[in-house]
Design a binder for this molecule. Structure first.
Ligand SMILES: Nc1ncnc2c1ncn2[C@@H]1O[C@H](COP(=O)(O)OP(=O)(O)OP(=O)(O)O)[C@@H](O)[C@H]1O
Ligand SMILES: [Mg+2]
Length: 133
């Protein structure tokens, strides 16, 4: 399956990115629980882009190798950035009146989670992977 890039500007783009992630996971052979994990993670990260940065992007690609099926996703924006990453990754921390569950919940759902953030450049890279049976 071809890689996907979705420009994120509003909630319909969140839905599109979420669906593209699920489709990629399904085509690569992931089960429905992993498809849902990936879709949920993409949904949380792209919702944050809409809410805190206004706009950004979501790139989804096949990162599989002979022994592993793997999807890699990068969600990025050029917004104000996250001042304190340690706080932002804590359960219950929100500057937007939310539950503060998005980032820490996403981190627990995926195989790898990497985040960098400074004013004008926030990038979250996640992977979901499974050993081939
Ligand atoms: N892309 C971003 N740009 C700037 N700040 C962000 C971004 N993503 C997250 N944050 C900051 O990190 C905090 C925690 O994000 P998280 O997604 O965990 O919770 P939330 O969005 O506040 O609530 P929830 O996701 O549970 O509705 C946010 O309140 C916001 O301050
Ligand atoms: Mg959130």
């Amino acid at each position: 399956m071809k890689a996907s890039r979705v420009e994120i500007r509003g909630s319909t783009d969140v839905v599109t990115a979420r669906r593209d992630g699920r489709d990629m996971a399904r085509v690569l052979g992931f089960g429905s629980a992993d498809q849902t994990r990936l879709a949920t993670a993409i949904s949380e990260l792209t919702r944050n882009v809409v809410q805190y940065a206004g706009s950004g992007f979501c790139e989804i690609e096949n990162a599989s190798s002979p022994n592993f099926m793997e999807v890699r996703v990068v969600v990025g924006d050029s917004g104000p950035g996250i001042p304190d990453l340690g706080e932002a990754l804590r359960d219950g921390f929100s500057t937007g009146g939310g539950l503060g569950a998005g980032l820490p919940g996403t981190r627990r759902l995926v195989h790898s989670f990497d985040i960098i953030s400074e004013p004008g450049n926030t990038r979250v890279e996640i992977t979901v992977r499974r050993r081939r049976s």
